[in-house]
Design a protein around this ligand. Sequence first.
Ligand code: NAD
Length: 482
Amino acid sequence: MPAVTDVVSFEPATGKELWRGKTGDVDEAVSRARRAWPDWASKPLATRVELVRRFANEVRKEHDKFAELIARETGKPLWEARTEVESVVAKVDISITAYAERTGQKKLDSALQGTAAVRHKPHGVMAVLGPYNFPAHLPNGHIVPALIAGNTVIFKPSEKTPAVGEFLVSCFHRAGISAAVVQCLQGGPAEGQALIAHRDIDGVLFTGSARAGIAINKKLAGNPGKIVALEMGGNNPIVVLDTPKIADAAILVVQSAFTTAGQRCTAARRLIVKASMYEPLLREVKALADRIIFGEPFADPAPFMGPVIDNQAADQLCESFLYLLSNGGKAIKHMQRPDDNLPFVSPAIIDVTTMNDRPDVELFGPLLQVVKVDTFDQAIAEANDTRFGLSASLIGGSPQDYNRFWANIRAGIVNWNRPTSGASSKAPFGGLGLSGNHRPSAFYAADYCAYPVASTEMDQPRASLGAGFRQERRRSPRPMAG
Ligand code: NAD
């Protein structure tokens, strides 16, 4: 087990220390969760539902405090942090409906042979590993369905957002869910590795980078009994065909690429644009990007985006921009770093059409690469030229074009005239390739939080013999003695 060390988070916008604590004890957390599981699993569903509803009320009560904490710890604007808190609340009702629709009880048929039924059971103790970009909403999207289904949960927040993780879990406790049923285990990758590999963990619900997701998959490859749901990143395309609505198209591109400072798994990384639209669209996109206010989360007027999570992420983004530039990319809008000691980076746009060997990696920040194409077929081929497959949007074109796009694009989220991001929690959410392992989250999270059990049942033993038995010999009555 990893040694106990400090976990410290800093406010990206100011560099000030925000939270300090210690890494958790994995063995102790797992054994507590295991002991608590039978009682939690055997509670009536109505009781668990009532408790998660109370959790939603606790979050509602703490709305402003919670949003402020998210804004401080991630650097995202306060208005956006508020929408994250609202998503945490909304997740509860959605998960209750999803549990009933996706994993409820079903009687299949009932005949002389008895009743056939399908019911679902919880897995046991689930490890939830969260990312920093939506440090409350995304782990909550695993935790709530897992609890409703009757699992106990150990949530390890990102080491970059421990305070939000702790706050989220405290709302479950205030709602009356015991401290053993849902726990917050602080730590980084070392604690994550120890947790997922623990023999008493029954499932791993992960949201984060493809790098970490692949490491988890490899580590658990010899352990098929653990359910593993991997929600990973993307290298998402937004394709623009002919449309007279250039201003709207530009807004959709800018929102897709730069909301949350580009730190969304569904953010558009690649703008693939038909040559006929290139000049007018890029003029508009650049003009809009120039108007983006990026600043600290509580600034007035409110910024569109804040800093990225830390200086290391900002350094990597600036290096990536320079790499693209020095390998054939043409800057449309340079990435700027106004203060080397803080992770604010400006939105950047670079044309990589003539670049050979474009790196197929997720550049997790406000950096949009542009590729010019002549035909729709080229656009689809270009859009699919990635190992990832999370989200993809088509802007413009006809209904027939959209049908073709939908049929040919490799992604779990496919949109038309909408941004690549901003998916609904009422739909499944997941991707292909390096973006996920076919266990979509959001509405379908219910599926990986419980497993189906098929039964045929009769209230009394009743059976008759079929073919393959010799005729029963009639036993002659024994002569009576005497
Ligand atoms: P990350 O992969 O660095 O970390 C995610 C979590 O996994 C953290 O809690 C971390 O401590 C833990 N971890 C890291 N390495 C581990 C290992 N080897 N074993 C076990 N645990 C490990 O991700 P991040 O940088 O916090 O978040 C950003 C990434 O998350 C981006 O790639 C983004 O696209 C992705 N993301 C995906 C979705 C989705 O739903 N598909 C949503 C949000 C973010």
